[in-house]
Write a protein that binds this ligand. Sequence first.
Ligand SMILES: N=CN[C@@H](CCC(=O)O)C(=O)O
Ligand SMILES: [Zn+2]
Length: 414
Amino acid sequence: MSLLLNGIGELVTNDPVWGERQGDPGDRLLGIIRDAAVVVSGGIIEWVGPAADAPAADERRDLGGRAVIPGFVDSHTHLVFAGDRSAEFAARMTGTPYDGGGIKVSVAATRAASDDELRTLVAGRVAEMRAQGTTTVEIKSGYGLTLEDELRALRIAREFTPHTTFLGAHVVPPEYADRRADYVDLVTGPMLDALLTDGLEASPAAYVDVFCEPHSGHAFTGEEARVILEAGRARGFALRVHGNQLGHGPGVQLACELGAASVDHCTYLSDADIDALAAARGATVATLLPGVEFSTRSPYPDARRLIDAGVDVALASDCNPGTCYSSSIPFAIALAVREMGMTPAEALHAATAVSGRSLGLDRRVVAGAPAELAVIDGPSHLHLSYRAGVPLVRALDVLPSPMPGHAPTRGMPN
Ligand SMILES: N=CN[C@@H](CCC(=O)O)C(=O)O
Ligand SMILES: [Zn+2]
């Protein structure tokens, strides 16, 4: 059964083939087709182009001039957690700085939750994301911090997405506070081994991540982070890094040196960090998480400077109970445009094409690609930041099976 999506006022394809025909730089970057149509069959895009050239299909759906975009790729989230830290947020708004110490509160609540409680919490968060246009999500562990609790978090995350990340090195848990080296040994030995019980292909984790932050007594130093990342890489895992969130530090350069798929936060960057990121273009993406700066009252990173230096810049939500309990990519886009010097086109590209690339995904709207699309209740992608805070965008249900927004216990398709 094929479906013709017609009446698309503006289609963002992220495809340079369409982009070459455009005069406007934003339209060129996004590969925009105006008055477009898409044919979808069995959850796969069959045809993309101007509506006037569209082939016949079994069914038609008229989108009434609305804009269609690739579904957002949220490449940095911590959705597997229980408990509430809203009081910590309130304290930050009146001046208490964030240092990662509150993570232990979420660890205690998460350890105490049952599998079903965690599963229900993740399902609700995934549904919330889909209702805001996110169709692909990465999910990290990191609120278990025992071998069993980390594995449990990853297995639950896997019910929703294949893009799972082991963050056993989130912070040193309280029971290891005065023997940090033992915890690093646990992460690099038994925990990584347990991820490989049935081999790399069957591992519940696709990536190994570390919170490298010498400014927090809770997270990991550059030396510790190197040991953890090298151990992950030696076992065949791709890497991601939390780096340079609370101050200047070694995280960004370590990530670039080790070929991590992404280094995330990048709030405090030196000239040398920017040089390293620019040299790592095509390998290491800098993922900016402006919801974190918003929720921690931190300075926003200068995305304009990064893009002008040639760095691959992605945007993600970092949905988590501590630094940003927002699952909204439109919110991240609006902040990036208003506060970080990105154009609306760059911000949308960063939250789709570049965040997708950091997960090994091709986020172009082309024939043969999965029909991972979102629709904006407005005529152009500009409305994402122009109408900030208005719930205008949602995932487009053109896939064959029910999606999490409609059946909260199901996972995202990729
Ligand atoms: N910075 C480290 N981890 C999370 C926050 C975790 C928390 O505070 O619960 C982040 O990405 O911001
Ligand atoms: Zn994070």
